[in-house]
Design a protein around this ligand. Structure first.
Ligand code: COI
Length: 356
């Protein structure tokens, strides 16, 4: 794979306070860039992180043809950085591209872009357990034209950002509310793609939820406003007895890579995992019966995030604990143990990159 590499002549790393990282605020020295035009992807480039410039007629701005991924790289040792399930992220990126009528990217291009970027910016990968280098591949329509049609040009970037926990709550449980007014996705729409507009459309309801003291919205299905779907920044799991229940991937829920990892580990531990429709009423009833022991979210940015409180239709349930529950904690320790190379990666989820 031929990538043109231009190294930065001045690293900004000394400006970064690695003890006070915020999610997605700082960006490492280099970025990957590839342009699609004349029906094919052109030569890929890695260059210093820099501003990009487009005319105001940029199609992505007008018609929202834009998708992204969120993945992470972890410090294993001074020579090795671990990418977590990069081929799964690549597959999901191409699924999103197909849904949004955008060009797909070859796996070898995606992987070599990531590897070369990490070889240049490995010192940006935080060493502290729980911290990581967040990787944001993004693709958007870059033709400058106002006709409402499929763009003929695209830009694909990969930028990286050293991060700590996504939610300021850290391991303290977050609190969620359903919405009776807004929906995130409907079957046949773009909910299962990682399309930029899915996030933009959720900001107003999320802002209203935050103004009422909640961390995020727990989305319900768009037709009956009854079945739990996801949180928008993470998938959701309910532990009831020895059962782990999560909503199915039926077209409206983002197929999370962490979700898939949680299911695989829970199965391995002999839990009864059910991917099925679960109504918000069932969640509340099971709490009333004393059967609901834990609720947690799972996502790349959020990793495993305990949920302590759900508000729905004037009623609410609270799990009686101030910290993460034992099952979610075991899941967090196992997933991060594999990610940092401290636990056996029996499933081949780790893609180690030798950076020296
Ligand atoms: C992720 O978990 O990577 C996400 O994309 C969620 C959010 C930060 C948009």
């Amino acid at each position: 794979m031929n990538i043109k590499i231009t190294k930065s002549d001045h690293s900004r790393i000394s400006e970064i306070d690695f003890n006070n990282l915020q999610f997605g605020r700082d960006f490492s020295d280099h970025m990957f860039e590839m342009v699609y035009k004349n029906g094919k992807w052109q030569t890929a480039e890695i260059k210093p992180y820099s501003q990009i410039s487009f005319g105001p007629s940029l199609m992505a701005l007008h018609y929202g043809q834009a998708i992204f991924e969120g993945m992470k790289a972890y410090y294993a040792d001074d020579d090795t950085i671990n990418l977590f399930r990069p081929t799964d992220h690549h597959k999901r990126l191409n699924n999103s591209a197909r849904r949004m009528c955008m060009p797909e990217i070859e796996e070898s291009v995606f992987l070599s872009g990531l590897e070369e970027l990490l070889k240049l910016d490995y010192s940006w990968v935080p060493k502290e357990h729980g911290h990581a280098l967040y990787i944001r591949p993004v693709m958007f329509a870059s033709e400058e034209y106002l006709a409402a049609k499929v763009s003929s040009e695209y830009h694909f970037y990969i930028i990286t950002s050293p991060v700590a926990a996504y939610y300021s709550e850290g391991f303290n449980p977050v609190s969620l509310t359903t919405s009776s007014k807004y929906v995130r996705a409907v079957k046949g729409g773009t909910g299962e793609a990682k399309a930029a507009g899915n996030y933009g459309g959720s900001f107003l309801p999320a802002k209203k939820a935050q103004e009422s003291g909640f961390t995020q919205v727990l989305w319900l299905d768009a037709i009956e406003n009854k079945y739990v779907e996801e949180v928008g920044t993470m998938n959701i799991f309910f532990k009831m007895g020895n059962k782990l229940i999560t909503p199915p991937l039926a077209g409206t829920v983002l197929p999370g890579i962490t979700r898939k990892s949680v299911i695989a580990l829970a199965n391995e531990w002999g839990m009864d995992v059910e991917e099925r429709k679960i109504s918000i009423d069932e969640v509340f009833l099971s709490h009333k019966d004393g059967n609901l022991s834990e609720i947690f979210g799972a996502g790349t940015a959020a990793v495993i995030s305990p949920v302590g409180h759900i508000h729905h239709d004037g009623d609410s349930i609270s799990l009686d604990r101030e910290k993460i529950g034992p099952f979610a904690e075991k899941m967090f320790n196992s997933i991060t143990g594999i990610q940092y190379g401290k636990m056996n990666d029996s499933k081949g989820w780790i893609h180690p990159v030798k950076v020296k």
